[in-house]
Write a new protein. Structure first.
Length: 704
């Protein structure tokens, strides 16, 4: 019988046992020449199956998780000692007793198929891995996994013995990391207990509160660095970091909120034993929950979620038996509304001035700015008004936003308000100095345009020589300065067959996010001939099919049918909100303060010099229509996917008759000559029936 609660502390061992059962089946399949089945099992064992909230992250996920947790637990102790400028108290005697009980559990649970040699006399002497050593270890094991998979592909029966050895080596490393994690967990608990005795509970809690954010960010940064460098995407970090927990998650778009319930905690397990068996103060565990665990969870979510959020912790495992986090997207304490639809992302064209001459520019940017662009003061007032509605991701775009002399001042102002600041740039002006300035000002993410893997072709499309080289360098220096980089590619006839190459080069220079933009006929883009609707469909399908080759987070833009295609391909859609979010969770602000539903839908709904942003957002009739799926016409109105897709309203507007503006000017609602609610003419899908009353769509909410 386990000394520590099995559910709380030993999910890691349960997962190893489950994988051992799959290993035995895979070996049996090899012996019976059923290599395809064996290969599927090998993938599940080492890479994992992460289609549900309780899924197995595989050997890779478990090893990365426990590596990260070793760092977390040892850092908790050290950061407190450093802040207090106190030497570590001697807790050896009780530390040895508690660890030995956990080690006995481990031997009992997994000792039948691997040999453990990490007893109390040895574990404290083991050198902890730095990031480079962690990366090297995981890469070595993954390389051996590839060789084993090659043997299976070649139907080589020697794969059985290779698989046995590989499994043991993975399992031993996971076990070592889990044991180191527990050793550091117990040490941290006992050290904190001593500090509370000598320094007082109030002082220790104050210090933990002061250092928690720094602690959380530093530990998650280390975990992210290792995860990315071993070939996993940022988007999978959350799944990796939650891999040793039993979790209930309930998150939806109704109120842009949700909660996560942790039903077990490997840290709390040892705390229970220390409290009940050795009399450790139960308030110590509460301190960990309130400060360090909260900071770790917050930093993780900030790393993987694209939108700002606020996090609360209404229940603590130490007191309620369940650790619960409540999360609300784009929450602003100044917002006096409970509306379902608030901006999660806003694009602000801060200027129309640009140093390039792109063929497809929707805003018809050139070397001159508009005469009536918002001033610095008005820009700050705009952000104040936005903050009264929500706390979104605010992307400063152009033209080229870096041509505004006050761009760093605007970024700094928004960042200090708690708005997540982004930048959309051609990259031409970004060198190492500018990248540092952007990071210091508070920029969170920068998107760089890259329209070919061939320099000359990109330069021709952008109208300036050296544009490609400057864009590539911008990605590199931003990455170097810890700014999240996204590459934006506009799909045209000329680069239609280059998307995989562009994704590869983006990935090779450290880019994590890739957005594939589909042309919308507005501004100078009206002079270009778009690819056919069927090619849209084929490109989205082909790109999704290639995602597994890359660690990029891929999202098509201005082609909302990608949600229908993704659902048909059984892809994880939690990373996306909806196909078209214009007017629902997104809008555009023109350089002079005019507001439109999106950059490609040139309908002026108001101006912030004349009305408040709040008034325009909540009271515009066009915004209200865009938020009502029943208002859609044609086949979009009948489509069963309209809740998750919605069709491109800009393309519907731009192609609904022969009148298309070249100048890029905005239309007042009373001047509309097109129909933004009609069906998307570039979607090839035909709903099963267009002769009945349009359906309301699924009753279930879209999950975050």
């Amino acid at each position: 019988m386990a000394n520590f609660d099995t559910r709380q502390c030993h999910k890691w061992a349960q997962l190893l046992v489950e994988r051992k059962i799959k290993l035995d089946q895979a070996i049996c399949d090899i012996e019976n020449q059923n290599f395809n089945s064996a290969k599927n099992l090998v993938t599940q064992i080492f890479t994992g199956a992460m289609n549900s909230k309780q899924s197995d992250p595989g050997m890779t996920g478990s090893l990365l998780y426990h590596m990260a947790m070793v760092t977390k637990m040892e850092t908790e102790t050290q950061v407190l000692l450093d802040e207090l400028d106190i030497k570590q108290p001697d807790v050896t005697v009780l530390l040895t007793k508690l660890y030995e009980e956990f080690y006995t559990d481990a031997q009992e649970l997994i000792g039948k198929f691997i040999t453990l040699n990490f007893g109390p006399e040895k574990i404290g002497l083991i050198k902890h891995f730095n990031s480079e050593e962690k990366i090297a270890l995981v890469k070595t094991l993954k390389e051996r996994q590839k060789k084993t998979e090659t043997l299976l592909t070649n139907k080589d029966t020697s794969a059985a013995s290779a698989l046995k050895g590989l499994f043991v080596d993975w399992a031993e490393q996971i076990s070592l990391m889990r044991l180191l994690q527990e050793y550091e967990t117990i040490r941290g608990l006992l050290v904190l207990s001593e500090l509370v005795e000598t320094q007082g509970l109030e002082k220790i809690e104050t210090v933990m509160s002061q250092v928690q954010d720094k602690f959380g960010q530093e530990t998650i940064n280390i975990a992210l660095d290792v995860t990315l460098k071993v070939g996993m995407s940022r988007g999978k970090l959350q799944a990796v970091m939650l891999s040793d927990h039993f979790i209930n998650m309930n998150m939806g778009m109704e109120n842009l909120d949700g909660k996560m319930e942790f039903l077990n905690c490997p840290i709390y397990g040892s705390h229970q034993v220390a409290e009940k068996k050795y009399g450790v103060n139960p308030k110590i565990t509460t301190l960990f929950c309130k400060h360090f665990c909260f900071a770790h969870a917050k930093a993780m979510l900030e790393t993987v979620l694209p939108f700002p959020f606020t996090l609360w912790q209404p229940k603590l495992l130490a007191s309620e038996g369940i650790c619960e986090y409540y999360l609300k997207l784009a929450y602003s304490p100044q917002a006096q509304n409970t509306n379902q639809f608030v901006p999660l992302i806003i694009s602000w064209n801060v200027t129309r001035e640009c140093n390039l001459k792109c063929s497809h520019c929707y805003i018809n940017a050139n070397e001159r700015k508009l005469d009536n662009e918002l001033s610095t003061k008005e820009g700050k007032q705009l952000m104040d008004q936005i903050y009264e509605v929500s706390r979104p991701l605010l992307v400063l775009s152009g033209g080229e936003p870096l041509l505004r002399p006050d761009i760093l001042e605007l970024i700094k102002y928004g960042s200090k308000k708690g708005i997540k600041m982004g930048l959309g740039s051609n990259g031409y002006l970004i060198d190492d100095t500018v990248a540092k300035q952007l990071r210091t000002a508070g920029i969170a993410t920068v998107s760089i345009s890259l329209d070919s893997h061939i320099a000359a072709q990109h330069d021709e499309f952008r109208g300036v020589t050296d544009a490609w080289e400057r864009a590539i360098n911008a990605c590199r220096v931003l990455q170097k300065n810890n700014v999240l980089v996204q590459v934006n590619t506009t799909l045209t006839h000329e680069n239609y067959d280059q998307i995989d190459d562009i994704m590869s080069i983006a990935e090779s220079i450290g880019v994590e996010n890739f957005h594939l933009f589909f042309l919308v006929p507005t501004g100078r883009g009206t002079k270009l001939t778009d690819i056919s609707p069927q090619k849209y469909e084929d490109m989205i399908t082909t790109t999704f099919a290639k995602v597994h080759r890359h660690r990029l987070n891929v999202r098509p833009s201005c082609a909302p049918q990608f949600m229908r295609i993704a659902q048909g391909m059984n892809l994880d859609m939690r990373q996306w909100i909806r196909g078209c979010i214009a007017g629902m969770y997104y809008c555009r602000i023109y350089p002079n303060g005019d507001i439109t539903p999106c950059p490609y839908l040139p309908i002026k709904l108001g101006n912030i010099r004349e009305q408040s942003f709040k008034d325009i957002w909540f009271n515009s009739e066009i915004f209200k229509n865009l938020r009502n799926p029943k208002s859609l016409k044609g086949k979009c109105g009948f489509c069963e996917y309209k809740i998750i897709c919605g069709g491109c309203r800009a393309r519907a507007y731009g192609l609904s008759n022969d009148f298309i503006d070249y100048c890029g000017d905005l239309h007042m609602p009373s001047e509309q000559k097109k129909d933004y609610l009609t069906e998307d003419p570039w979607c090839v899908y035909q709903p099963p029936s267009t002769s009945q009353t349009p359906p309301d769509g699924p009753k279930t909410s879209k999950k975050l």
